[in-house]
Design a binder for this molecule. Structure first.
Ligand code: GDP
Ligand code: CA
Length: 330
C-alpha cells in the first residue's frame, strides 16, 4: 500500500476488513471504496438491531450499508430508500396495526419481503444478504456478523416498571430518552460467526473500525466470542475511527449507549473502551478529530484529522487517513 502525491492510495489486492453498523459505518465505507477502489473489502455487519415486525425480517444495519454503497440510500435520512413513499405504512395505521413507531417505506418493503421469503424457505441470513446484494452491487463482500439470531435488548425503568425492550423500541420510540440500565446483546455469547467472517479476519491486511456506535454496532459484533478472538489473534494493523468528536456523537445518541456501560463520551473514552493492543486491547491505531488531538493512550498510535463526514470528499479524506495510519503501523 502506497500513497500517491494526490492522496489516493494504491491498494491493489489489499484485503481490508471493516466492522460496521449503519449510517456511520456506511458513510465511512463509501469513502474507503473511493480511495481504495482496488482493495478487496469485507464488511462484517451488525445484526443486533434486527427485528421482526409486520411479519417481516428487518436487518436495518445491513440494509443501510447495502443501500448506501449500492446508491439507493435516502441521503439525508441515512436509512431506507431514496424516492420513498409510505402508502403501506399509512394503510397499516388505518387498521390500527402496531407498532406505528417503525416506518418501512414501500420500496423498502420489497427488500423485506425477499428477505423474509428466503428466510422462511430456510436460507441463512448470509445467503439472503448475498442475494440482495446481487441486485445492489455494493462493491464489498457484505457479511452479517452471524447467521444466528442475536437481538440487542435494553433494560429500562419507567412508569411501566423495570423491563427489557428491543433496542429498536428504545432507540426509535423512546429516542433513547429513558436511561438504559443495561444493553444486552441477547444470544451473542453463543452465536457463531457467519461463514466467511473468520477467514476474512485471518486473511486481512488491514482491519478497520469505522465511526460506528461503539456499544450497539461495533460492541455487538465484538460480543460474539469467535469474532473478538480472531481480531485479537490477527497480526494486521487494527485502526479505529472515533465516532465521538469533541465530546458528542456527531449524529444519533451514542452518548446514551456509552453512559449505560460507564464509558465517557469522548474520543479518549471510546479508545480506552476498545483498549490498546499492547495492553490486551484491540486497537493499534486511533483516528480522532483535530479537536481531540490531545487524546493519548499508552500503546496507541493516535492521528488527528477532521472527522465530520459531510459529503463523499470528507469521507474519502477520513478513510485515506485511516489507511495512512494503518500503513504507518505495519
Ligand atoms: P447506526 O447503526 O445507523 O446508528 O450507525 P453506526 O453505528 O454505523 O454509526 C452511528 C455513529 O456514527 C454515531 O454514534 C456517531 O457517533 C457516528 N457518526 C455519525 N456521523 C459521523 C461523522 O460524520 N463523523 C464521525 N466521526 N462519526 C460519526
Ligand atoms: Ca444500527
Amino acid at each position: 500500500m502506497t500513497t500517491t502525491t494526490a492522496g489516493a492510495t494504491t491498494t491493489a489486492g489489499v484485503k481490508i476488513v471493516a466492522l460496521a453498523g449503519g449510517i456511520g459505518g456506511a458513510r465511512f465505507l463509501r469513502g474507503l471504496q473511493a480511495v481504495a477502489p482496488q482493495a478487496e473489502i469485507t464488511v462484517i455487519g451488525n445484526t443486533g438491531d434486527d427485528i421482526e415486525l409486520f411479519g417481516l425480517q428487518i436487518s436495518p444495519d445491513l440494509d443501510t450499508v447495502m443501500y448506501t454503497l449500492g446508491n439507493g440510500i435516502h441521503e439525508e435520512q441515512g436509512w431506507g430508500r431514496r424516492d420513498e413513499t409510505f402508502v403501506v405504512k399509512e394503510e397499516l395505521a388505518s387498521y390500527g396495526v402496531q407498532p406505528q413507531w417503525f416506518g418501512l417505506g414501500d420500496r423498502d418493503i420489497a427488500t423485506h419481503i425477499v428477505r423474509t421469503q428466503m428466510r422462511n424457505a430456510g436460507y441463512p441470513l448470509s445467503q439472503v444478504t448475498a442475494a440482495l446484494c446481487a441486485r445492489w452491487n455494493p462493491g464489498v463482500n457484505l457479511l452479517p456478523m452471524t447467521d444466528d439470531r442475536v437481538e440487542t435488548h435494553v433494560e429500562i425503568e419507567d412508569e411501566g416498571g423495570r423491563r427489557f425492550i428491543h433496542f429498536q423500541e428504545w432507540w426509535i420510540k423512546f429516542r433513547a430518552s429513558t436511561p438504559a440500565l443495561r444493553i444486552v446483546p441477547i444470544n451473542a455469547e453463543s452465536a457463531k460467526p457467519a461463514p466467511g467472517v473468520i477467514d476474512a479476519i485471518k486473511n486481512a491486511d488491514v482491519i478497520l473500525f469505522p465511526p460506528s456506535n461503539p456499544v450497539v454496532s461495533i460492541g455487538t459484533i465484538l460480543a460474539i466470542p469467535g469474532i473478538k478472538r480472531a481480531l485479537l489473534a490477527s497480526q494486521a494493523p487494527l485502526v479505529g475511527v472515533s465516532p465521538i468528536v469533541g465530546g458528542s456523537p456527531v449524529r444519533g445518541m451514542a452518548d446514551a449507549c456509552l453512559a449505560s456501560i460507564d464509558v465517557q463520551s469522548s474520543a479518549w473514552g471510546v479508545a480506552q473502551h476498545y483498549g490498546a493492543r499492547p495492553h490486551g486491547g484491540l486497537l493499534h491505531g486511533w483516528l480522532v478529530d483535530d479537536i481531540d488531538k490531545d487524546c493519548a493512550l499508552d500503546g496507541l498510535r493516535v492521528l488527528a484529522r477532521p472527522l465530520i463526514m459531510r459529503d463523499l470528499e470528507s469521507s474519502k479524506d477520513i478513510a485515506a487517513a485511516a489507511l495512512e495510519l494503518a500503513r504507518s503501523l505495519s
